[in-house]
Design a protein around this ligand. Structure first.
Ligand code: SF4
Length: 81
């Protein structure tokens, strides 16, 4: 069965949310409501907090529904990828 993924990207990080894996623990939106707001559309405001804070919160997702990857930029790495 294909897994639905939604991506939210700011300049530095990409947050991926897989709704089928979300167990609705509420941890993300109780701890960082500026970013994770289930009443908003889109429900993740990727500009709502610092990248560091968002990454910290994503790491606390107990189900693996939230993951992240750092965006690579040619300025940061010095590479043209
Ligand atoms: S922390 Fe993870 S499992 Fe809990 S509500 Fe947020 S996305 Fe869903």
């Amino acid at each position: 069965m294909p897994v639905t993924t939604h991506k939210y990207i700011n300049g530095a990080v990409t947050v991926v949310w897989k709704p089928e894996m979300c167990i609705h623990s509420k941890i993300c939106w109780k701890n960082l409501h500026e970013v994770f707001d289930p009443t908003a559309r889109p429900w993740i405001n990727i500009e709502g907090a610092s990248t560091e804070r968002i990454v910290d919160q994503v790491r606390q997702c107990p189900s693996g529904a939230l993951t992240y990857s750092m965006n690579e930029t040619s300025e940061a790495t010095g590479e043209n990828t």
